[in-house]
Structure formats: structure tokens, C-alpha cells
Design a protein around this ligand. Structure first.
Ligand SMILES: *[C@@H]1O[C@H](CO)[C@@H](O)[C@H](O)[C@H]1NC(C)=O
Ligand SMILES: [Cu+2]
Ligand SMILES: [Zn+2]
Length: 198
């Protein structure tokens, strides 16, 4: 009888220690599980991109990125000088490279494997930001002011380290079915990098 109780007590202690060790191990190995569902990241983030002509020789403007939290839309502002007057396709491309006349930037950033579209299309690449309008004669200027819900500065689809590309022609926003909006040559590009403030 006494022996039986001792065995039972021993088994319970053994199981208890086992559960404790398992719990502690999980706690240490999977820190993300501590808070249950991962919460919104409230950190503000800022990015910058210094646009240069495709030959790398001419500065054409600065593009600023700001996002209030990981769930928030991203605001993209800036100016682009020296484009021909009219509409120019404006995209985020997959890679950060600017060499080889902006070819090193790769294709439109498209992590969800969608068709090309415009910023308001149901189906679009994350990088599809439509067109910017260059105005003036001689000293042309295009004002960039975009708020976009797909472009993010954090998370697995972050655009940090990718590139902005401005094209010679107007993006058709998917009308022709062309994978890059029939926007023609790349005339300017830059790599998006993290900065501390706006
Ligand atoms: C981000 O926060 C600023 C300051 O609170 C606010 O003015 C702005 O509207 C916010 N932007 C977005 C896209 O929520
Ligand atoms: Cu492009
Ligand atoms: Zn596209």
C-alpha cells in the first residue's frame, strides 16, 4: 500500500517536472506565442529614394515613404524633375538594383502572383502605383502624392530595399494585358532605403 502511494507520487512528480520543462522550452523557443495572436506593429516607418536618370548621371528628385503602423496605408510623396510633359508609369520593382539602365530593378514587385493593373484595380501587382503627371515646358516637374494600401514598409511584403522606377510612357493600368502596362523604357530609378524620420 505504502509502496503504491510512493510510486504514484513519484509518477506525478515526474510528469509535473516533464510538463514544466516542456512549457519552459516552448516559451523560450517560440517567443511569438507568448502574446497569442501577433498584434499590430505600431511603429512609424520612413523610407527614402533618390531618383536618378537611367544612365545614373542626373538627379531627378526624391521620393519619401511614410507608414504609421504595419496595418496603415503608406504615403508616398516627392517630386520628379526633367521628365517629358505628360503621364509616366510609376512603379515599385522587385529588386534594389539600379544598374544596366535600371534593368537590374527586375519586374514589378508582385509577391502575390497577380496580373498587372493600376492602384485601384482588384487585381494588381503590389508595385503598381499608376502614373505621375509631368507638367511644364523645359523645366518640367511631376508632383508625387500617393496613398496606397498595398505598399508596406514592414512585414514579409515590405518594399524596403526594392526600387522605384519611372517610365518613358503612360501605364495603361492593365488595359492591354501587357505585364508592365506598356509603359516603355525606364527613365529613372532608385533604391528605397530606411531613414529615421520624415
Ligand atoms: C499618420 O499619422 C499622422 C499623424 O498622426 C496623420 O496626420 C496621418 O493622417 C496618418 N496617415 C495615415 C495614412 O493614416
Ligand atoms: Cu516599372
Ligand atoms: Zn505591374
Amino acid at each position: 500500500m505504502g509502496k503504491c502511494i510512493a510510486y504514484t507520487a513519484g509518477a506525478i512528480t515526474f510528469l509535473g517536472i516533464g510538463a514544466l520543462v516542456t512549457g519552459l522550452t516552448l516559451y523560450i523557443v517560440y517567443p511569438n506565442m507568448r502574446g497569442g495572436q501577433q498584434s499590430t506593429d505600431e511603429q512609424m516607418r520612413y523610407g527614402m529614394c533618390d531618383l536618378r536618370s537611367a544612365d545614373g548621371l542626373t538627379q531627378m528628385g526624391k521620393i519619401h515613404f511614410a507608414q504609421n503602423s504595419s496595418e496603415s496605408s503608406t504615403t508616398i510623396t516627392g517630386t520628379v524633375a526633367g521628365l517629358t510633359a505628360g503621364a509616366h508609369g510609376f512603379h515599385i520593382h522587385e529588386l534594389g538594383g539600379t544598374g544596366d539602365s535600371c534593368s537590374d530593378a527586375g519586374s514589378h514587385y508582385n509577391p502575390a502572383d497577380q496580373s498587372h493593373g493600376g492602384p485601384d484595380s482588384d487585381e494588381r501587382h503590389v508595385g503598381d502605383l499608376g502614373n505621375i503627371q509631368s507638367v511644364g515646358e523645359g523645366d518640367t516637374i511631376a508632383i508625387v502624392k500617393i496613398e496606397d494600401h498595398q505598399v508596406s514598409l514592414s512585414g514579409k511584403w515590405s518594399v524596403m530595399g526594392r526600387s522605384v522606377v519611372v517610365h518613358a510612357l503612360e501605364d495603361d493600368l492593365g488595359a492591354s494585358g501587357d505585364a508592365s502596362g506598356a509603359a516603355g523604357a525606364r527613365v529613372a530609378c532608385c533604391t528605397i532605403y530606411i531613414i529615421n524620420g520624415a
